[in-house]
Design a protein around this ligand. Structure first.
Ligand code: ZN
Length: 133
């Protein structure tokens, strides 16, 4: 696996609209997309910063992954996503090297990217996403 850049940084928020205001009014970024990802029980908002995006994640359900994260840790940085050539191959490559996976093969995430997660227990505590077009 050889990531080309940080595709996005995922940030868990309690209120998407209020958080968008901060990124627009204080940081001067422009939200270009709001999208609901039903199987992840989240609404997402995206900002482009160079090659990298900020992905805000608001839970639509307390029992979804972001809902649980916020209950346990509060809002804040949730994951880092690296762009790779082929997310499924990158996941399998990591597994061969002994990394615990959350996703064995990639699935469709926001922006129709193929995504998969490495388990934070294997990645120095950082939930790590691999994504490809
Ligand atoms: Zn993500």
């Amino acid at each position: 696996m050889k990531p080309t850049h940080i595709e996005h940084i995922g940030i868990a928020v309690t209120n998407l609209e209020e958080s968008i205001e901060y990124y627009e009014n204080i940081l001067g970024l422009k939200c270009y997309s709001i999208e609901e990802v039903k199987d992840q029980k989240v609404r997402t908002a995206f900002f482009q910063v160079g090659d990298t995006k900020i992905e805000l994640l608001e839970s639509t359900s307390d029992d979804g992954p972001i809902g649980k994260f916020i209950t346990k840790k509060g809002p804040g940085m949730h994951h880092i996503a690296f762009a790779v050539e082929n997310a499924t191959e990158a996941l399998q490559d990591a597994e061969k090297k002994g990394i615990r996976l959350i996703d064995k093969v990639s699935r469709k995430g926001a922006e129709s990217l193929n995504i998969g997660f490495l388990h934070p227990k294997s990645t120095n505590g950082v939930l790590t996403e691999l994504c490809s077009k």
